[in-house]
Write a protein that binds this ligand. Structure first.
Ligand code: GDP
Length: 308
């Protein structure tokens, strides 16, 4: 991801090298190239416009001073603005004052929620936490057993209803296995009883946005009052990522974003648009199918990667 964007941005900025002084025309030309590169990378038009406006304003007003030549100064400005649209600082998980911390995952089917549930729980376990996974995707056949496999790989127990039984193992909780809201509630109760300090709730996704899905996710959210709702989005879906994010923002609301499939060869516009368009920080990035291909999202590192 970002290969072509990266090549074009570095190309545009390279042209400025060796110039002792930059004219407004130089800046305009460079900004035009950056603008086209971003649009071709599928970055949303609104984000591109404000990004370019800020760069132009700062570049034209920049004092030529210190150790940086004019070209280096523009590179610095572009880098800082890229870090800005990616969210500035890394945002960490807001842990609950009284455990368990409840983290709910939301997103479309195929976004990578179940895979992420495993990655996140393995990552948290490495840091000394004792997570519990809760299987609330009762829509898709096989979703519960997929989470169980993921949980096994990550070394994390999974709370799931047995088909046709009530939730809670021996049925003492007496809730229907068909109701994801009840499963979520019972999962959090189980975490409390067994002293898990984190609960990760995997929820159902549809191929497209639909009202029933939103209502179900909102029901789970109301029942378990999550400390974090992570919107999981496939970075390969380009511009659609922003539309989907906006639908989830109004239907369920979320506190952070997880970008998945950053290992793909898509153009990366989603990654660059989503923070500005939704206001929610990108907290984690997933870049492969393996458990360890996952990390905290660092805006500064991502910006450096894009600028090559
Ligand atoms: P869910 O429907 O949201 O739970 O999505 P899944 O976790 O089942 O993932 C859908 C598909 O995407 C699976 O084949 C995963 O192996 C794959 N997948 C998930 N995350 C990544 C990733 O970061 N990179 C790649 N290449 N594939 C991923």
């Amino acid at each position: 991801m970002f290969d072509s964007l990266s090549d074009r941005l570095t190309g545009a900025l390279k042209d400025l090298r060796g110039k002792g002084k930059l004219t407004d025309a130089d800046i305009d030309r460079t900004c035009r190239e950056i603008r086209l590169a971003l649009l071709d990378a599928d970055v949303s038009l609104q984000v591109v416009r404000s990004f370019i406006a800020r760069i132009k304003e700062r570049a034209k007003g920049a004092e030529v001073s210190g150790a940086l030549n004019p070209a280096q100064q523009i590179v610095k400005i572009v880098n800082e603005e890229l870090v800005g649209i990616l969210g500035g600082e890394t945002r960490r998980i807001a842990f609950a004052k009284t455990p368990p911390t409840v983290i709910m995952l939301a997103g479309l089917q195929g976004a990578g929620k179940t895979t992420l549930a495993g990655k996140l729980s393995a990552w948290l376990t490495k840091q000394g936490h004792t997570p519990l996974l809760v299987a609330c995707d009762l829509q898709r056949p096989g979703a519960v057993s997929q989470l169980q496999i993921v949980g096994e790989r990550a070394g994390t127990p999974v709370f799931a209803p047995h088909p046709g039984t009530s939730v809670g193992g021996e049925g003492e909780l007496g809730v229907s296995a068909a109701d994801p809201v009840e499963v979520a509630r019972a999962g959090v109760a189980e975490a409390r009883a067994k002293h898990h300090d984190i609960v990760i709730v995997d929820t159902a996704g549809r191929l497209g946005i639909d009202e029933e899905l939103m209502a179900q996710a909102a029901g789970i959210r109301d029942a378990v009052q999550p400390d974090e709702v992570l919107f999981v989005v496939d970075a390969m879906i380009g511009q659609d990522a922003v539309t989907t994010a906006e639908a989830f923002a109004s239907g369920v609301g979320f506190t952070g974003v997880v970008l998945t499939k950053l290992d793909g060869d898509a153009r990366g516009g989603a990654a660059l648009s989503i923070r500005e368009m939704t206001g929610a920080p990108i907290m984690f990035a997933s870049s492969g199918e393996k458990l360890e291909e996952f990390d905290t999202f660092h805006p500064d590192r991502m910006a450096s990667r894009i600028l090559g």
